[in-house]
Design a protein around this ligand. Sequence first.
Ligand SMILES: [Zn+2]
Length: 243
Amino acid sequence: MFFDPHVHTEGLGLSELRKMRESGVTHLCSLYFYPIKPLFPQTLIDGFRKLKEFESFRCSLVDLDMIPAVGIHPRCIPPDYKTVLEHLEANEWTAFGEIGLEVASKEEIEVFSGHLMIAMEKDLPCIIHTPGRNKREITMKTLEILSKLNFPPEIALIDHVNFENLDLVADGGYWVGLTVQQGKLTREEAVKIVEEIGEEKCILNSDVGFGENILTTVPETAKMLGKSAKKVCFENAKKFLGV
Ligand SMILES: [Zn+2]
């Protein structure tokens, strides 16, 4: 049994979801992401509904236990985003994601902080993106925002961690998201990080969805993790998401 807590199921066909299930993934978290800049805040509001209703249904068809995570990704902030934040505040959710900073513009910081305040109020786990570019600098900014708000580290997963920002994230006591995917981490690098900082805070994920992806990256890396696999590829994700 594996838990892949960073998937964009909207980019995957049913046959691909089935392939993931057959490789041993039993649980996943599907994160909201709109691949172009939305023209209307309502686009996201309907998108969250689609994720909760239709994507959960598709996952159930192949016996995948799916947790929906909603929120505004820094690369798809709509005009009048306050409408989306109000909607998030007024309704019930299981988790926020994918949220965070891409270039740390004023608008991104406002949107990200808005989510964090709602998450604290509702005690919602947050899956927080870190970008490929300027990773260390943007991670520092991200952590600065979290600590200014006194955000509880046990409900914050800092994702796409690599050797550029590992020390920052691990020192803060946050969950360390390890994305094994082309351009992010190799399986060997993920194993090395787990060996270096221990299994307690590490959570492996694939970030599969809209790209050319390896669907079975979590089970394949688990084989290399030995005894740590149970925590890093299942138990820690379950604990973080509170399911
Ligand atoms: Zn993602």
